[in-house]
Design a protein around this ligand. Structure first.
Ligand code: PMV
Length: 334
């Protein structure tokens, strides 16, 4: 028997960093997917084939007579940790510890770019392996197992990434509680800077500044929290699409400014954000922890123009939409 499952990447639409301080955040699944194929093997071992994992920053250097490839294998190895943990957890749940399983991964999601590649690979692995072992799990249950994988691998995690990857669509998150928001099409362009920031270090840096200047940081974080609540109101309201986009775009620009005030933007991120706005995006902001990684731009009717502007500004654009679907079983072969 062989099972192919896929799970989407995510973007944080509003509220990164302030979410760490108990404020709400909104995230959405996007149309970039990780595919995991699972099948039995006779060795009794776990075998992982990473066929195509997008790791950032292939660096090539030359000396007089040689070419050196310096890819970021550390990041690829990190991904494999999530896969292994996901398989072991599902085997344990199914009481099939001695079973040999081979998984094979291909992914459209750049690793370490703040798009939730680790969560997507964990969710797709849990989906494929649980089906293979005959466990009937709902997508929400897979999301919860994905959160456990993150806790085992990272030590700490809010759980927003695996949840949104497993159940898809929009999610409002506050203090550990998730709520599905009504689905809406958001024509967006994601711009990848080509480098990645460390979420852990950026969160620590914000914390340090916050502790040094609470009187200044507190109002910024509160504004971010209020912005998320206003964005939620707009998303669930029945005002027309155009006005919705305009208002959300305005909120995105304010949220970017506030993230910049926290110190998590970079020259490259801001260049991509401004390039997108000049090319006609209604709003553009960092998504995720910052310090590199990705920004996204809300660009109804202007996705091509915005993508071109991001390329010219030195980024990699990905024209994408919100993914209604989370974990998907693509194929089950006998
Ligand atoms: O690095 P990402 O895209 O998973 O985003 C991290 C979001 C933060 O709010 C900065 C951290 C967190 O734990 O919520």
């Amino acid at each position: 028997m062989r099972v192919l499952a896929s799970a989407p990447a995510k973007i944080i639409l509003f509220g990164e960093h302030s979410v760490v301080y108990g404020k709400p955040a909104i995230a959405a699944a996007i149309d970039l997917r990780t595919y995991v194929r699972a099948e039995f093997n006779d060795s009794g071992r776990i075998k992982i084939e990473a066929r195509d994992i997008k790791t950032p920053g292939l660096i090539v250097s030359f000396s007089e007579d040689s070419i050196y490839f310096e890819s970021d294998y550390g990041k690829a190895a990190e991904v494999l940790g999530y896969v292994r943990q996901a398989i072991e957890l599902v085997k344990e749940e199914a009481d099939k510890n001695g079973t040999g399983i081979t998984v094979s991964i291909t992914s459209q999601i750049p690793v370490g770019a703040g798009l939730g590649s680790s969560a997507a690979v964990a969710v797709a692995t849990i989906g494929a392996v649980s089906k293979l072992l005959g466990l009937e799990l709902t997508n929400e249950e897979v999301g919860r197992l994905g959160h456990r994988v993150e806790l085992l691998v990272q030590g700490a995690s809010s759980g927003i990434d695996p949840t949104v990857s497993a159940i898809g669509g929009f999610i409002h998150y506050e203090k550990g509680k998730f709520e599905h928001l009504p689905f809406m099409e958001l024509p967006i362009v994601v711009g990848y800077t080509g480098s990645s920031g460390s979420t852990k270090e950026l969160v620590a840096m914000v914390r340090e500044n916050y502790e040094e200047m609470p009187g200044i940081f507190e109002p910024v974080l509160n504004s971010m929290g209020r912005l998320v609540e206003r964005a939620k109101e707009v998303i669930i309201s029945d005002i027309d699409r155009e006005l919705k986009f305009q208002t959300l775009g305005k909120f995105m620009n304010i949220n970017h400014g506030l993230l910049d005030a926290l110190g998590v933007s970079t020259k490259k991120l801001s260049e991509l954000v401004y390039a997108a706005r000049v090319a006609g995006a209604l709003g553009a902001k960092i998504t995720g922890a910052g310090g590199g990684g990705c920004m996204y731009a809300l660009s109804p009717g202007k996705q091509r123009e915005v993508a071109t502007a991001i390329t010219i500004a030195g980024g990699t654009p990905m024209i994408t939409k919100i993914s209604r679907e989370g974990l998907r079983i693509e194929e089950v072969l006998p």
